[in-house]
Design a protein. Sequence first.
Lengths: 714, 496
Amino acid sequence: MAERSFAKEVKSLRLGAGAEFRGEGILAVTKALLQSGVAYVGGYQGAPISHLMDVLADAQDILTELGVHFEASASEATAAAMLAASINYPLRGAVTWKSTVGTNVASDALANLASAGVKGGALIIVGEDYGEGASIMQERTHAFAMKSQMWLLDPRPHLPEIVRAVEQGFELSEESHTPVMLMLRIRACHVYGRFMASDNVRPPFSPDDALRSPSRDYGRIILPPSTYAQEREKIEQRFPAAVRFVAQRRLNEFCDGDAGDIGIVLQGGLYNNVLRALELLDCADTCGGSRVPLYVLNATYPLVPDEWTRFCTGKRAVLVVEEGQPEFIEQAASRILRQREVATPLLGKGLLPMNGEYTVDVLRKGIGEFIGQWAPALRGRAAGRPVTEAPLVPAAQLAKLVPPRPPGLCTGCPERPFFAAMKLLQREMGPLHISADIGCHSFATLPPFNMGNSIMGYGLGAAGASAFHTDGPRRPVAIMGDGGFWHNGLTSGIGNAVFNRHDGLTVIIDNNYSAATGGQDIPSSRWPNERRQGNNSIVDAVRGVGVKWVRHVSTYDMTQTVKVVREALTTPVRGPKVIVAEGECQLNRQRRIRPLMKKAIGEGKRVVRERFGVDPDTCTGDHSCIRLSGCPSLTVKPNPDPLRTDPVAHVDNSCVGCGVCGEVAHAAVLCPSFYRAELLYNPSWWDRLLARLRAGVIGALQRRSERKRLRFAL
Amino acid sequence: MQRPIKLSIAALGGQGGGVLAEWLIEIAEAEGYLVQSTSVPGVAQRTGATIYYLEFFPRAEAERLGREPIMALMPVAGDVDCVVASELVEAGRAIQRGLVDPARTTLIASSHRSYSITEKSALGQGTADAAGLIELARGQAKRLILFDMDAVAEQHHSVISSVLLGAICGSDALPFSRRAFEAAIRQSGIAVETNLAAFADACQRAQRGDATAQLQAAGGLREIPARARSPKLQPLLERIWRLPAVARAIALEGVRRTIDYQDPDYAALYLNRLERIRALEASPWELTLAVARSLALWMTFEDTIRVADLKTRATRFARVRAEIRAEPDRLVGITEFMKPRVAEIAGTLPAGLGAWVLASPRVSRWLGRATGSRRIRTNTVSGFLLLHGLGGLKRWRRGTHRYATENARIEDWLARIERLARAHHDLAVELARAQRLIKGYGETHERGWQNYSALLARLEELAARPDGAALLARLHEAALADEEGQALRRELAALA
């Protein structure tokens, strides 16, 4: 059950020729796949392409009608390996993932796929997680394209172009017998726009046809001597074929401008922002009419030498706008021009920063300098548009006024009590080495928990602690999410720990979903999913690979959690310890529970809704509760007490009554200010009677003490 | 050539910035505009700061030109027509990014605060300067619409996105008809009536350019009455009147608090102590003021009796119902989370007995078994009687072990202040303020006491230095810098 439902949007996947499609970039890609007669699709969720997986999952009916096979792959490696179907058969296949992390995981399969070569079009849609909003280390997918020789498309962030890139990507792949990567930047994945749809195409050849008459060719096997032949084939046939296709089918675009003696070469994906920068410099109009000639690389690998020479010859200078580093395109282009003896100076990094996202602000500055140096005449006009680039108030003062807002665990998150428990335990045992992992639990490395010494990759938390399994003074702790566990952690972490007789603790945080990527189902998800086989027990899997010491705790029971973790770290029992700390992702839980509760209340059933609160008159404004929890709904408000200055803790209405506040108050011997309120819906006659009796007694006593107090009111 | 209209939405993850963007897309298309929208949710979706960016261009104009506009995928400094911020600091962040242009930009922001973890986890006061932010917004925006949109949403049982939409509509920042705005809300088909009500309210406020941001006020000081309701209190009141004018309001609160905590005699003790200090200084009465505040807080230390008393009051029951928005006839249960340790129990015993208990490990251990997590349901007769009875021990409080301890500490503190008052006035003031360090319960309280004691240990040394007062203030801040006391240790080490 994914966080976002595309049930409404997927209807537009049925649109036929002539109808206008409107929607997110990633949804357009799905439509383009269907229009290209794709036979099978796989992938692994992760921003910015999570929605592609969600859309496909919600579009299952349409896919079935068209006879398209879709899998939510176990990992990017699984998805990449799935493309093997296109090696021997004219099957068009597409896979998707977050890059470069996903590409790293997939590269073994990708390298072999690229060596074997493909008969059917193989398209890899990567969400380039680079720049603002990225959640991973900053690298380029470009390197993978070069090392394995796969082609890389980087289309303009404009729906018609993206759709065209998908369709041409398959053709390019088939023409050159090479897998093709289609790269979409974060904003392009989420860009809302429109394009003219065409009819969906039923795959002419299906996996069933393949199974009916399997075809085999030793030349496609990754063993010598085939591999040597394949390498030669790459150089002698596939590469030239690709260059030919890119040139003949005009994948790249040229726009001339009246300032013909300079030019800008840019990655297609940067087109809109470059044009906006030029417009702000008064060197382009609103509709893409640029005065500086442009060469737009919708295909960034391979490059087309003839196009480069054509564009650069006779120009005084050319600027290469290439995001990220190393500057592969600039390097390759320099070589091309050198070989062809084109003397035009090639500029790029230097005028533009080596690293970081090329925002319009960055581009305006860099391109502005380029024009200033090489075509001051143009720059002259650029004085035209007034733009204040900075706020009136000095930066230092602003920094003081605007505190940072790091992301964190959601309201009622089941992982919060676990990390709170870890914090308490470390107060008692001293600091521990914690090998963290990828997932919502990565947020534990941020305030208020500040926990975790390293993150090695998805599912690699346990593996990341391997070197610490000495008979040292203290056992290392590794964190792993249920998503990472099924992705690879079961073998790379747990199996490895058993085999190598590790002695430390691995905590598998089981929130029942791949929560960080949008709450997609995973093998251990518990809630009914008619298309997948869920309910596969993590505990059984862990025991299955040979772990003897396994415990299961509910994260919401902090006292128990502290006890079990303490035991794991102190028990004389040798060998790997695994704790499965379970609590359902609160986002998914609320989506599940809320409607049910509403319904029950509507049907007159007796329902109790709980939420927490803080008494401002007993709260002393120390906020240790917040430092132990950090729940968004546990916040502060100005102190109502005129004698106190520090703000008091306060629970706002977003509280879902998860119970952690009470647990923290108890486990941490914190403070008596917390209370839990139980709102009773549809009380029975007995409830009412009891309440009336209680109110009678309590009310009487309260009135008495009120009268006493009133005597001395001042 | 006509340029696109640019609008940027700064929101918090999970606050519905996406919904707002979708509404604006529908509206724009209905009104014959081409629209492009982008966002970078990513991890920020999880309670972080998110940005949505939209550009609008008239379809007719594009058709006339026979070309489509090229729209950017991100807001550019100085090139945004309308910035929408769903929270005050996010408005500040937009200004920080240079998105709000004084010559051009309409800033539509909610004045309410949603505190970031860095702000609310401070050991004392760590929240951003809201007044400063509002002033910043006033100075930077060409046109400002600023009011508590969260409150308006609450008031209509709606969500902030419909309030923001209403404000956008009313601000005329976009050339779209109100009809189209309302249609978008209707089409979404969710909570239409409440959303429309919130929309209309916000729209009206924006039309009259509402930029009246009331900040959530802290508890204010009250007027000092001329006569007390009960003659028994009149002498106390007269003594307050005899205090320096600046200190009266605080002293009144102190007297109120000590009466509420114990009885009028206790308030008299409070005034005795305060007058001792007052006698030692002259205008501007800094020390008297500082002591008036700190003394009242210290004399009303939170012991088990106090907590039980406060938890069982009718006013508290009413406040809880209000906090959780319980309808008048709704049955509500209240559960307290108490974890009395041996220290708390011993503290409530008669002084001698309590001291004996704490001194004897065996007895402590035995008592320890009786302690542990307690969930007390204050709405049940048994639970209420337990706490009510505990609160009733008030009349014997002066005999308790905790009282003896705190009283001794207070006297020691006052004696030190008196000693410093003449020769080292400023240092005395800082010492009076240092009481702020002692707060909270259980371990928190002990940590506070240890920090305070660490400061006392250096007092003579500080008195010997000309910058002693400033240093004590530094130590005070350091003690509140982190829970582990690292900053304080550093500062103390630096002293020597």
